[in-house]
Design a protein around this ligand. Structure first.
Ligand code: APR
Length: 229
C-alpha cells in the first residue's frame, strides 16, 4: 500500500468557520502575533494572551467538521497506519470527524499546560493568569500551543514518517511557517511525490496541484485514492 503523509493547515477548517491567519482579514491582520503568539508576549501580558486563546477555544469548540475533515477520516479508516495525518491546526475538527492518531505539531486548544511542572489537562473554557495548576498548584498555566520561537511537537515522529512516505500532501496551508513549510522538500528528498490541495496554490513547489475549496477538493482527491466513500 502507498504510504501517505498529509499536512493540514488553517485552510481545511476555513469552511467550518474558523479563520485562517494570512488570508485577507485573517487573524494576523487583526492581532499582533508578537503579542499573542510568542513566549515574550505571554510573559508581558498573560491576560491578553489567555483572552486571545479563550476566544479561539470558544470558536473551535462551537465549530463542526466539514467534508474535507470527513474525507480524511474516511482515508484514515481505509489506510490505517499507511496514512499519517499531521496538522498545524489547534482545533479538534479532525478528531471530531473521526480521524485518529492525529499529530498536532502546534499543540491543541483543548489542552492546558503547566509552564512550571509540565502537567497537561483538558482546558476549561476560560483560562486566566491566576489559575492554579491542578498538579503543582502554581499559577503557571498556559494554553498547550506551540508559539513562534518554540519547538513544534512530534518532530522526530514526523521526520520518520516523511522519510518513508510515497506521497506527501499539503492541504490548506500557505507554506509560510517552518518547519512545516519544509516538509514538502524533506519528502521529495527521500523520493516522495508531492501534491498540494489549496484554494490558492503556492508557487510551483509541488509535483501536482488541485486548486479549490477543501470541502470539494479533498473529497474528490480521497475518492481517487480509495473510491467515493
Ligand atoms: N480551502 C482550501 N484552502 C483554503 C481555504 C479553503 N476553503 N481557505 C483558505 N485556504 C488556504 C489559503 O489559500 C492559504 O494557503 O489556506 C491557507 C491558509 O494559510 P495560513 O492562514 O497561513 O494558515 P497556515 O498555513 O495553517 O499557517 C501555518 O502559521 O500562524 C501560524 O501556527 C500558525 O499553524 C499556523 C501556521
Amino acid at each position: 500500500m502507498t504510504r501517505i503523509v498529509v499536512l493540514t493547515g488553517a485552510g481545511i477548517s476555513a469552511e467550518s468557520g474558523l479563520g485562517t491567519f494570512r488570508d485577507v482579514g485573517g487573524l494576523w491582520s487583526q492581532y499582533d502575533l508578537e503579542e499573542v503568539a510568542t513566549p515574550q508576549g505571554f510573559a508581558r501580558n498573560p491576560r491578553l494572551v489567555h483572552d486571545f486563546y479563550n476566544a479561539r477555544r470558544a470558536n473551535a469548540r462551537a465549530a463542526l467538521p466539514n467534508a474535507g475533515h470527513a474525507a480524511l477520516a474516511r482515508l484514515g479508516a481505509a489506510m490505517g497506519d499507511d496514512l499519517t495525518l499531521v496538522t498545524q491546526n489547534i482545533d479538534g475538527l479532525h478528531e471530531a470527524a473521526g480521524s485518529t492518531g492525529v499529530i498536532h505539531m502546534h499543540g491543541e486548544i483543548d489542552i492546558a499546560l503547566c509552564g512550571a511542572c509540565g502537567a497537561r489537562w483538558t482546558a476549561p473554557d476560560e483560562m486566566a493568569p491566576e489559575d492554579a495548576c491542578p498538579d503543582c498548584a502554581r499559577p503557571a498555566t498556559r494554553p498547550d500551543i506551540v508559539w513562534f520561537g518554540e519547538m513544534p511537537y512530534h518532530m522526530e515522529e514526523i521526520g520518520a514518517r516523511l522519510a518513508r512516505a510515497d506521497l506527501f500532501v499539503a492541504i490548506g496551508t500557505s507554506g509560510e511557517v517552518y518547519p512545516a513549510a519544509g516538509f514538502v522538500d524533506e519528502a521529495r528528498r527521500t523520493g516522495a511525490r508531492t501534491l498540494e490541495i489549496n484554494l490558492e496554490p503556492s508557487r510551483g513547489r509541488f509535483d501536482r496541484v488541485i486548486a479549490g475549496p477543501a470541502t470539494e477538493a479533498v473529497p474528490a482527491w480521497v475518492a481517487e485514492v480509495i473510491g467515493a466513500g
